[in-house]
Design a protein around this ligand. Structure first.
Ligand code: FAD
Ligand code: MLT
Ligand code: ZN
Length: 484
């Protein structure tokens, strides 16, 4: 069997699904937990960007950890390859099969197990949708310590599996800090119960950390224990126009100094990103005039008057010193959401013209935006960007979580073409490597970046990672062809 999509990759030496296997799975998860209808399979085989497509003929949807365990144990014995799948919103092709791997969807494991209002610790199934978890917490005065544009579809298990960063990492930190415990079905089917609800626990290696960001290669995350802060009573969003990337950095320094403990997000985007959103949405422009760069600042606190006064004073100073040229502050919840849309919708808008090459990088702040400039210049040199159909590239845009030193470079294209890819890669990865950056700040490696890990990690580290993988999964059944 060879994949139509990836002729250059050989299928691993895995067993092929038989009727006997299907009957066995039906005995575990019942008829309703097995999807084999060709139309229904399309969603699970294709990623969010419609860039990566596998050809699995079966999706399993267990309802309990015990069922996951029985499935995985069987697959390990039979050498059937498995792809764990959450909401299928991943951006590196990690969540879909490459060949005929079995898709193990966590969608039916979607209950909150417990919530302690004193400590703020939530314990929930991996398949709970992020927005649902956050809504559950909102009703109890708390907030999920992660937020991102795909919140309506992604699972909290998928978030942990990818170590998603998102829009408020600046405030609440990474999942490596907020996740307190995990329940994981290991590749041999054993259930690792590390679902601790303790803030402090220094007894031995912190095993859960290995699974955070492991992208389904070491086991199936089935339960999560996570520390959820108090929900802020007051939230403001300011959308600002600035003249240069220098000014974006200055605004960040001002914001940290003057908004300090109430600053909960500092996002930026270039004018080209804003134009993409404008082209593909009916949102009213946030500011009348155009600026080379925009900054979105969110404040979250417990006292509205106090926060308003601080934000006002910050804006006055920033405009007086001409760091900020213009700005608007949300007056109500609808406006606040609309301003956030200008930032959150860039991901979707970038692919609307046909496709998008995505680079999600960390480099020292001062150099961050030069990547967009250098890539744009290179695409122009090769005569690939233009307004008409003869040019494959629509534009190359930059935006991201400036407060975390994380840039998203999106090259929006009319169609995927090898010649564009060759101009971009390995150029982008070499550029990052020269600056000791990361080729994947938050989206992970998946299928898209598996060949490039060496640009960010040395061989000793990669060898150690491979040894860990083999220790956990000697038959390499978990999410093959991905990661490294
Ligand atoms: P999937 O896409 O289903 O899976 C992702 C990976 O995790 C796969 O390798 C899969 O095998 C594995 N996996 C999933 N569930 C499990 C499990 N239970 N156990 C073991 N492995 C599992 N990412 C950011 O970091 N920051 C952002 O701001 C951000 N914004 C986004 C905005 C949009 C519009 C979109 C589409 C994506 C965005 N992402 C962002 C990408 C991000 O990785 C995902 O949205 C999310 O974290 C993945 O969750 P998911 O449930 O969809 O996982
Ligand atoms: C974002 O920050 O918007 C996300 O990481 C998604 C993306 O960049 O495509
Ligand atoms: Zn992001």
């Amino acid at each position: 069997l060879t994949s139509e999509t990836y002729p250059e990759i050989q299928r691993g030496d895995y067993a092929k699904l038989t009727d006997e296997d299907i009957a066995h799975f039906k005995a575990i998860v019942s008829e309703s937990g097995v999807v084999t209808d060709a139309d229904d399979l399309v969603f699970y085989n294709e990623d969010w960007m419609r860039k990566y497509r596998g050809m699995s003929s079966i999706v399993l949807k267990p309802k309990t950890t015990e069922q996951v365990s029985q499935i995985v144990q069987y697959c390990n014995e039979k050498k059937l390859a498995v792809v764990p799948q959450g909401g299928n919103t991943g951006l590196v092709g990690g969540s879909v099969p490459v060949f005929d791997e079995i898709v193990l969807s966590l969608a039916n494991m979607n209950s909150v197990r417990s919530f302690d209002p004193v400590s703020g610790i939530l314990v929930a199934d991996a398949g709970v949708i992020l927005e649902v978890a956050d809504q559950y917490l909102a009703e109890r005065g708390h907030i999920f310590p992660l937020d991102l544009g795909a919140k309506g579809s992604c699972h909290i298990g998928g978030n942990v599996a990818t170590n998603a960063g998102g829009l408020r990492l600046l405030r609440y930190g990474s999942l490596h800090g907020t996740v307190l415990g995990l329940e994981v079905v290991l590749p041999n089917g054993k259930i690792l119960n590390a679902l601790s609800s303790l803030r402090k626990d220094n007894t031995g290696y912190d095993l859960k950390q290995l699974f955070i960001g492991s992208e389904g290669t070491l086991g199936v995350i089935t339960g999560i224990s996570i520390l959820c802060p108090q929900r802020p009573k007051a939230t403001n969003v300011a959308f600002l126009g600035v003249e240069s990337y220098e000014a974006v950095q200055k605004a960040f320094v001002h914001a940290k100094a003057e908004l300090s403990e109430i600053l909960s997000a500092f996002e930026f985007m270039d004018n080209k990103s804003l134009k993409l959103v404008q082209d593909h949405s009916d949102l009213a422009r946030p500011l009348e005039d155009e600026y080379p760069f925009y900054v979105l600042i969110e404040t979250s606190g417990s006292n509205k008057d106090h926060d308003d006064a601080k934000l006002e004073s910050f804006l006055e100073n920033a405009m007086e010193s001409e760091v900020v040229l213009d700005g608007v502050v949300s007056q109500d919840e609808t406006q606040l959401k609309n301003l956030w849309m200008w930032r959150e919708f860039i991901a979707e808008a970038s692919g609307k013209g046909g496709g998008v090459y995505k680079y999600d990088v960390s480099v020292p702040l001062k150099d961050l935006y030069s990547l967009v400039e250098d890539v744009t210049a290179r695409l122009n040199e090769h005569n690939l960007i233009g307004d008409s159909d003869e040019f494959p590239v629509i534009d190359s845009v930059g935006y991201g979580h400036l407060g975390d030193g994380n840039l998203h470079l999106n090259v929006a294209v009319r169609r995927y073409e090898k010649k564009v890819e060759k101009v971009l890669e390995p150029f982008v990865y070499e550029w990052i490597s020269k600056r000791s950056g990361s080729i994947s700040a938050e989206h992970g490696l998946g299928f898209a970046k598996k060949n490039y890990i060496g640009y960010s990690k040395d061989q000793d580290s990669i060898d150690l990672m491979k040894a860990i993988k083999s220790q956990f999964d000697p038959n390499h059944i978990m999410n093959p062809y991905k990661y490294f």
